[in-house]
Ligand binder design. Structure first.
Ligand SMILES: Nc1ncnc2c1ncn2[C@@H]1O[C@H](COP(=O)(O)OP(=O)(O)OP(=O)(O)O)[C@@H](O)[C@H]1O
Length: 261
């Protein structure tokens, strides 16, 4: 039985598409059969980040009832199955978001983990996606406006009984003005699933249509995403820095014959 995870936020632009794309690839790298679907049918972006823009059949066509969902699945990076939403205004106008549940039911037969890139906020399309998913991951930026909007998504998810797996804090810079992870956890009453730093390579990768976990796997943002995927799948992931540190530790231990007794 597949699991469905909605990637949602209150405020727009917090990094949902970036995280949907990269988390899907990371989960695939851990051996999972992943489908990622762009439920932001009005402002489709996933296809650009996954390097699959301009595909002829999209989720909008599926939601319009003119094609089957299998016809809108494309193979993306690391074997992830990608369902783009398409940028055509015509097909968007014909799409019926309420058909999403039917589409997700079908997708349960076609993959192990279904990642839904949701529209921001609590509009009709976002509510449809949040209410049809079993699980949800909140994406916030470490600032008060992002957190106060996220509170609404938390309340809505609880009302729909969508299980909140945790919060990903994206674009941290360690500036004084930022809200701390502890404060965010306390305000939202949701555990922190991971922290992804601000990384200029993310924008560069979006321009190249290649997820950062593939293009720059050793970057701090990629390592943070791999750690989140490892947590979700119960697998072990040792970030590079820790590997280096443990090598140095072993080296020192070797030189001095073990630490304190
Ligand atoms: N950790 C990061 N470091 C630097 N830039 C980032 C990071 N995460 C996302 N971005 C950039 O922020 C912008 C918004 O990201 P993205 O499109 O993923 O957000 P979104 O939540 O899906 O937006 P929307 O609500 O409009 O759908 C993009 O230009 C993206 O490249």
């Amino acid at each position: 039985m597949a699991i469905t995870i909605a990637i949602a936020s209150g405020k727009g632009g917090t990094g949902k598409t970036t995280i949907s794309a990269n988390l899907s690839v990371a989960l695939s790298k851990f051996g999972k059969d992943v489908i990622v679907l762009d439920a932001d049918i009005a402002m489709a972006n996933l296809e650009l980040v996954m390097g699959l823009d301009g595909k002829p059949i999209t989720l909008n066509d599926v939601l319009a009832g003119s094609v089957s969902v299998e016809q809108a699945i494309y193979e993306g990076p690391a074997g992830v199955k990608v369902i783009p939403a398409g940028v055509s205004l015509d097909s968007f106008k014909k799409a019926k978001p309420e058909k999403l549940l039917e589409v997700l039911t079908k997708l349960h037969e076609l993959g192990e983990i279904i990642i839904i890139d949701c529209p921001a906020g609590i509009g009709k399309e976002a509510l449809t996606a949040i209410s049809t998913a079993e699980h949800l991951i909140l994406v916030v930026n470490p600032e008060i406006s992002s957190i106060s909007d996220a509170l609404k998504v938390v309340a809505i998810s609880r009302r729909f009984e969508t299980n909140i797996l945790g919060t990903i804090i994206n674009r941290t810079t360690a500036e004084d003005s930022e809200l701390s992870a502890k404060a965010i956890e306390t305000i939202l009453e949701v555990p922190i699933l991971g922290i992804i730093p601000e990384d200029p390579n993310i924008r560069r990768c979006a321009a190249f249509g290649e997820p950062i976990v593939i293009r720059y796997p050793d970057s701090p943002a990629s390592q943070a995403i791999m750690q989140i995927a490892a947590r979700l799948t119960g697998k072990e992931y040792i970030p590079k820095k820790t590997e280096e540190k443990s090598f140095i530790k072993k080296f020192i231990k070797g030189l001095f014959g073990g630490g304190k007794k």
